[in-house]
Design a protein around this ligand. Structure first.
Ligand SMILES: [Fe+2]
Length: 347
């Protein structure tokens, strides 16, 4: 829990804890030691919104609260335990995979897209990278299934493929996987084996479509992917969808801490085929729906002004039209989005 208001002593003259500070057992103990025996910690209906809007709340705490509220933290921990199990026992337990798959699928229809986006668009700690990526692709895959109006059981399989696609990375030495430098050719070859490892880890109880998508999520339509150099129709729809979602999540998390990697830029690059070998029809579905959801997002502009995305030109996605007060202006090189927030007034 985080304190929503500055807390003073009884005389109101001594500041005890600042708003935005985390309340721990220790803090509560300290308060009790001050002799305020009837001290209690209260939360109220508006607390969440108030904290989220308070300027003094550090971004990492806002992020944590956001993830808790969405249910992302709980799911991420389940994925973490699942991946931990594979790392030690090398056996991805089917029931555990099914459990997470079920929970993600259940959320898909009723979740707030902006909340989800806030959960995925964050710089990641290295030790959380794989769990977050696996969970994000489970969600993104599921959304694609939803947008493509697939039947529920197909969506479930797509979610499961997303969850499992990179489990083979648990078999790759960390010094290669997280090397903070350019990889050697040999090391890159080792990394390229991860879809095979993912595939081999999955036993017969996993659906063939899931196993296929897992093995082939790095294949490309032009035959330039790996590990089997498939091309065109040899690549399943599930594998194609997983590739698109995989690239989106990798791009959105790969950024310097100074500047946010904006969805508009990634989607524009996707549209202009800068990530080669993706299925153009599926990319079009992905982009169309992402644009729909990012409309009305709040953005912070390069001059510090907050605006609302009022229009995203489908052929010029990285130059959306922003409304800021009386100003209606299209993004250009001199006035650009620095950060995407959520829809106005929606917490
Ligand atoms: Fe991968």
């Amino acid at each position: 829990m985080v304190l929503s208001d500055d807390l003073y002593n009884e005389s109101g003259k001594v500041l005890l804890i600042r708003a935005g500070e985390r309340i721990t057992e220790k803090t509560i103990g300290q308060l009790k030691n001050l002799g305020t025996e009837d001290a209690c910690v209260m939360t109220c209906e508006e607390t969440y919104e108030k904290i989220m809007n308070a300027k003094e709340v550090p971004p990492e705490i806002r992020q944590e609260m956001m993830e808790d509220k969405f249910g992302y933290t709980k799911l991420r921990k389940e994925v973490r335990n699942f991946l931990g199990m594979i790392e030690h026992a090398a056996e991805p337990e089917y029931e555990a995979a099914q459990e997470v798959t079920g929970e993600v699928t259940k959320k898909l229809g009723k979740m707030n897209f902006h909340d989800f986006f806030e959960c995925i668009n964050v710089p990641r700690k290295i030790d959380e990278d794989l769990q977050r990526h696996s969970l994000n692709i489970a969600f993104l895959n599921g959304m694609m299934g939803y947008w493509l109006k697939m039947p529920e059981e197909q969506i479930q399989l797509l979610v499961m493929a997303g969850l499992l696609h990179d489990i083979g990375k648990t078999q790759i030495p960390e010094q290669i996987l997280y090397a903070p430098r350019k990889l050697t050719k040999e090391e890159y070859e080792v990394i390229k084996q991860h879809p095979v490892y993912s595939y081999e880890l999955l036993g017969d109880q996993y659906d063939a479509s899931v196993r296929d998508a897992v093995r082939h999520h790095h294949e490309r339509l032009d035959g330039l992917g790996y590990p089997d150099q498939l091309s065109g129709d040899e690549i399943s729809v599930f594998a194609r969808i997983t590739s698109i979602c995989d690239i989106y999540d990798a791009m959105v998390s790969k950024r310097s801490y100074k500047e946010e990697r904006l969805p508009f830029d990634i989607l524009d690059k996707m549209k202009h085929k800068e990530y080669g070998g993706l299925d153009p029809e599926l990319v079009a579905v992905f982009i169309k729906n992402m644009i729909r959801h990012f409309k009305n997002s709040q953005v912070i502009m390069s001059d510090g002004i907050t605006g609302i995305v009022s229009y995203i030109p489908p052929n010029d996605i990285d130059h959306p039209v922003i409304v800021a007060g009386d100003v209606v202006r299209q993004v250009d090189d001199t006035w650009y989005c620095r950060k995407v927030l959520r829809e106005e007034g929606e917490y």
